[in-house]
Design a protein around this ligand. Sequence first.
Ligand code: B1M
Length: 224
Amino acid sequence: MSLLDAIKYSVVQGHIDSSSKFPKDMEGKDGVHELTQQAIDSGISVEDILTQGLIPAMSIVGKRYEKNEIFVPEMLFSAKAMKSGLELIKPFLTEDSDLILGTVIIGTVQGDLHDIGKNLVCMMLEGAGFQIEDLGINVTAQKFLEAAKNNPDAIIGMSALLTVTMKNMKGVIDLLRANDLDNKVFIGGAPVTPAFAEEIGALGYAKNANQAVREAKRLLGVAA
Ligand code: B1M
């Protein structure tokens, strides 16, 4: 099995590192943490590690969950395993930049605890030269409002992974506008579409972390 396939397999299995006892049959074996480090050391690009190892693994996890082959606890192990790989990749995505292009206030909307994609977006934005104010997960409209009041020039990014929580994005935009704040908003997350963005008055939509950088630059009028 190639290193990238081994990373993918270990994320799917939820095997974080060699000291983790889950799953039982992988105990003592290298996990996502060690395998990602080996991939970096052997010169595999972080982009390949992400797009051929870590990210597709989470799609497999999602499909297995849908088919009731795994349940929330297993999904959580996979999420932790994914994060242990992302931690190692982060320094390569966020090289020091002297130039700050602008500030992005970002968060996963209220009711939603998914943050892997949002964190990846943060890393890419930081790497591209944006200053990030990460409000975290389960962020209320009020919290977005307070952050926007303190930084009226910032653009606002919202993430949602659940069809039920993506609706809360509209509440944030409505609250901003009701308070006469015109921060530009862009949104993303698996269930979000460009049509939905348009419907709720978000000026930008991004399908993935690379596109998020492009959208943030576009909204700030910075050359891509
Ligand atoms: Co959840 N979960 N989950 N989950 N989970 C999904 C989203 C689901 C699709 C699984 C499935 O059924 N196939 C499903 C949602 C169904 C729906 O609403 N349509 C689901 C469900 C149902 C649930 C629970 C309700 C399960 C339960 O408790 N019964 C529960 C909800 C908890 C809550 O939020 N209130 C739940 C819980 C969890 C865990 C906590 C176990 C864990 C999250 C851990 C964490 O994030 N810290 C988890 C996970 C891991 C997933 C899956 C398997 C993987 C998500 C992920 O990390 N993907 C997911 C299935 C799937 O997505 N295939 C699933 C990898 C990540 C890199 O991609 O997040 O899409 P993604 O981000 C991408 C783009 O979307 C985009 O760029 C990113 C990078 O390319 N993007 C943006 C994201 N945000 C952006 C913002 C932007 C721009 C782009 O601008 C601001």
